[in-house]
Every structure is written in structure tokens, then in C-alpha cells.
Write a protein that binds this ligand. Structure first.
Ligand code: SAH
Length: 475
């Protein structure tokens, strides 16, 4: 069995390496930064004795990522190396981020870890392990969910393949299929994958130096519904980045999948029309039930007028038995109203609500009733989906309702293409608002009776809604 590895540790020897360390940490959210005392600031933890610290962390099983010369790591660890099957990966990263070198731990995931770090730094890892280079995987180091029954034969098996042997695969394995093994139906060697959730008696299996057997736990499908924020990469959470990185399949509207950029590389892409949310949710659940790692991509937050609710709706309504075991996760994102508010000050500083003006999924009477109620209750309102090419009258109707309860001078924020090219944020008054000023890429924030503007030196304004009602003090 594979040993359980602890969180990776990033060792930093000088302040100049801190930004590289932060980039690595973004790609490995559970990693911990250790900086040399007196030489580094803004790190998670500090240390004073390098060699002693490296040896301790290594012995405890932490993968080591040293932003330093390879030689320093080698000299620190050489005296204590003993068991290559159990010891954690050790990786040297050049101070300027130009090289990522897996030094030790090829059997415990060093090459995959080096590839993830190199990806985050936009370079290629300096992988030297022949098996990994030729086959893009290490037979002795299967990923979680696989157990190699005869590890004692893996080394000679790999060198046979390097020297021209071919392999027949019995059973199914996405891990093995995605590599570059020399598969052939009449292969000289055999790799057998037996899917089972019970342990199997080794003596009942055929194993020898030309026949490797893996026991694989039935793959549990995963479905993550993630929010990538309004558009800019800086607004995508590290959790969402790492979920996207480990996905096999991405489902979503084309515009959002494009915003994912490089993170979509090498994944099966399932684009769809934005309107058929329930079909897309059903499709995503079906893919996950096949054992895939599926990510449904929403803009902003996935739970705000987006795909997460659609997935749960289909899950409850259709309740297919094969969906019951899927590991479902929702990963939050920055919603358009938050990005709009931040761009202009703090208009959502007090009680607010969000209303979608789309009447595709709900009747207009309900929308109109809600606008009336929240206008009366003096909430700040964030209007999503204000108008579309086929739909413009709703915003006009909404403005008519608002004007019954709010002053014509109420500040209104029109924020368009937030975090994307063509970003535009304007402040007008409620009397100036018309449906021509908004489109599908605009979010509108309408202030309450308390919302205020402050002039700025450049002619623009800040907008905020105080948390204090006049005359009421904080204490
Ligand atoms: N889940 C998304 C909302 C999807 S509904 C979120 O949390 O932001 C689609 C509506 O969101 C659009 O019509 C628009 O009103 C708003 N929106 C989404 N992205 C936006 C952006 N980058 N700039 C401005 N408004 C945006």
C-alpha cells in the first residue's frame, strides 16, 4: 500500500523566493511555507537550521519543495535515505522559477508533484526518470485507488518495456490508458486490473515478472460545481483552480469554459447552450456516475443564479440509483454583485438582496411582487440578468416599481464585463436608468434610501451604504 503523505512543505531561503513560493502554494493549497528566520517575511512558519529542518520534515513524511540549489537538499538528506518506497518526494526549484527538478521520491509521486509545480510556473519540469518520460506514468507508483499486488516485479517489467516489450491490458484503467504504454493485443507482457472492493487472496492470482496485477477500488465518480468568479484569473479561488486541475471532464457554457484558459487543457470538454441548464446538470451527473471527475463551470458563484441549484434539482427529481454514490462538492466563487460593489466602494454595506430579472424560470408576477416588497423594505437590490436580446421590458417595469418607493436621486451602479475585457462601471441616478443602458453582461445595483456617494479627486465617485442608521451609534 502507498504510505499516506503529509502536506508538502515549501522551504524558502530568502525574500527573493517568496513570490515563487506563493505561486507554488496557489497550485498546492494544502502546502505550508517555511522561511529562513531573519531572511524571509510573510511566510506561514519559520526555521533557523536548514539541514536539521529538512531532515525532520522528510522523516515525518512531508514532501519537500526547496527553493534552492539541488545540492543543498542532496547533502542534507543523503545520510538518512533508506526506503525509496516510503520516503516522500523531494523537489528542487530554482530561485527564479526557471527549473523544477524532482530529486527523490519517484515512487511516491515526485514526478506528478513536479509537473503540478512546473505548470503553476508555466515551465516544464526537468523529469529524469525514464519510465515517467517514456510512459508518462510509473508502474511502481500507481495513484490512490490502485494497489499493485506484485511490486517486486515492477522494476524488471518496466525495463522490459523500455527495451521493446509490449503489453496487453486486461481490465479497465483510466490511469493506465492515459499513459503512453506500448499496448498491443498480443503483447509479450500483461497488466491486469481487477476491480474489487473486497481484498483478494494473492495465491488465487496469476503473477510473475511479465504479469503485473493491480487491485483497483471501483472508481467513485466526482462532481464539483465550481464558480470561477466574474472573469479575471485573480478572482478564481485556489480551491477552484485545484479542482479544475484534477478534473477529467468539464461541463459548461462555452464563454465560461474559455475563461478557464490553460486549466482546461487535456480535459474532455462538454460545451452546451446556456439555456438548457437541467440537461447539462443531468449530463454532468451521468458522466460522474461513469467514474469520471466532472467539473461543472459557472461564472461568479455557482450557487447564485447558476448551475449548483440545477444539479440538486435534477438529483432530487430524477433520483437515478447510479447517481447516489457520486461525491458531490460545491466550490464558491466571487459573485458579480461582489465584484461590482468592490469596484465602486461598499454599496452592499447594509441589508441587501439579489433578484434575477429573467422570467425564463419564474413568472413575471412573482418577480414584480418581490421587487415591490424589497423596494418597500428599503433593501439595496442587485439585479442579475437585467435584460437580454429578447427581453427588455422587465427592467423598464422594474424601474417603474422602484420609482414608487425610492427617490429619483437614488444611486444606481451599472457594472459591465467585470474582470473581463471591456470592463465598465458607471454610477447614475435612478431617474436616468433605462433598459438601453444594460445587457446580459451587466449587473445593476440599486441603492437604498441610505446609500450615499462621495466625490473623488478625479471626478468619479465612491458609493457606499452605511452600516449605521443616522442617530444610532455603534456602541
Ligand atoms: N453565478 C453568477 C450569475 C449568473 S447569472 C454570479 O454569481 O455572478 C448571469 C448574470 O450575472 C448576468 O446577466 C449579469 O447580470 C451577471 N454577471 C455575471 N458575470 C458578470 C460580469 N463579469 N460582469 C457583470 N455582470 C456579470
Amino acid at each position: 500500500m502507498k504510505s499516506q503523505l503529509k502536506p508538502p512543505v515549501i522551504l524558502i531561503l530568502g525574500e527573493a523566493s517568496v513570490s515563487i513560493a506563493h505561486q507554488i502554494q496557489m497550485a498546492l493549497p494544502d502546502s505550508i511555507e517555511y522561511g529562513l528566520t531573519g531572511r524571509t517575511q510573510s511566510v506561514d512558519l519559520t526555521f533557523s537550521k536548514f539541514s536539521q529542518t529538512v531532515r525532520e520534515l522528510f522523516s515525518q513524511g512531508h514532501p519537500i519543495i526547496g527553493i534552492c540549489a539541488a545540492g543543498i537538499l542532496i547533502r542534507a538528506l543523503a545520510p538518512i535515505l533508506s526506503d525509496k518506497r516510503a520516503e516522500p518526494p523531494v523537489i528542487a526549484v530554482a530561485e527564479d522559477g526557471s527549473a523544477v527538478v524532482p530529486l527523490l521520491g519517484g515512487l511516491t509521486g515526485a514526478n506528478d508533484l513536479a509537473n503540478s509545480i512546473a505548470n503553476a510556473l508555466n515551465i516544464r519540469a526537468s523529469v529524469t526518470a525514464t519510465g515517467q518520460l517514456r510512459f508518462n506514468l510509473v508502474l511502481e507508483a500507481p495513484p490512490a485507488g490502485y494497489d499493485l499486488v506484485n511490486p517486486e516485479h515492477a522494476k524488471s517489467f518496466t525495463s522490459d518495456l523500455i527495451n521493446g516489450a509490449t503489453v496487453r491490458l486486461i481490465g479497465k484503467s483510466p490511469w493506465l490508458s492515459q499513459g503512453n504504454l506500448p499496448f498491443s493485443l498480443d503483447g509479450t507482457h500483461i497488466i491486469e486490473v481487477i476491480e474489487s472492493d473486497r481484498s483478494i487472496d494473492r495465491s488465487s492470482l496469476v503473477i510473475d515478472r511479465t504479469h503485473l496485477v493491480y487491485l483497483s477500488t471501483p472508481t467513485q465518480g466526482k462532481l464539483a460545481i465550481v464558480g470561477i468568479g466574474p472573469g479575471a484569473a485573480k478572482w478564481m479561488s485556489p480551491e477552484v483552480k485545484s479542482i479544475l486541475q484534477s478534473a477529467t471532464d468539464l461541463v459548461g457554457y462555452k464563454t465560461y469554459l474559455n475563461l478557464v484558459g490553460n486549466l482546461a487543457k487535456g480535459k474532455q470538454i462538454h460545451e452546451s447552450d446556456n439555456r438548457v441548464e437541467l440537461d447539462r446538470a443531468r449530463h454532468a451527473l451521468d458522466l460522474a456516475a461513469e467514474g469520471k471527475s466532472v467539473v461543472v463551470v459557472s461564472s461568479g458563484d455557482p450557487g447564485i443564479f447558476a448551475m449548483a441549484a440545477a444539479v440538486f434539482e435534477v438529483l432530487e427529481r430524477e433520483a437515478k440509483p447510479e447517481w447516489q454514490k457520486i461525491d458531490i462538492q460545491v466550490a464558491p466563487g466571487i459573485s458579480a454583485m461582489q465584484a461590482a460593489a468592490a469596484a465602486i466602494g461598499a454599496p452592499l454595506g447594509h441589508d441587501f438582496c439579489a433578484i434575477s430579472l429573467s422570467d425564463i424560470l419564474k413568472p413575471w408576477e412573482i418577480v414584480a411582487e418581490r421587487i415591490t416588497a424589497v423596494a418597500q423594505a428599503d433593501f439595496v437590490i442587485a439585479f442579475y440578468n437585467p435584460v437580454s436580446t429578447q427581453r427588455t421590458w422587465q427592467l423598464t417595469a422594474a424601474i417603474d416599481i422602484l420609482l414608487k418607493y425610492r427617490s429619483t436621486e437614488t444611486p444606481v451602479i451599472l457594472a459591465r464585463n467585470l474582470g473581463r475585457s471591456g470592463e465598465e462601471v458607471r454610477v447614475i441616478s435612478l431617474s436616468q436608468l433605462t433598459s438601453e443602458q444594460a445587457d446580459m453582461r451587466t449587473i445593476i445595483l440599486v441603492g437604498s434610501s441610505q446609500t450615499r456617494t462621495i466625490p473623488r479627486s478625479d471626478g468619479r465617485v465612491w458609493v457606499y451604504t452605511p452600516r449605521n442608521y443616522q442617530g444610532i451609534s455603534e456602541h
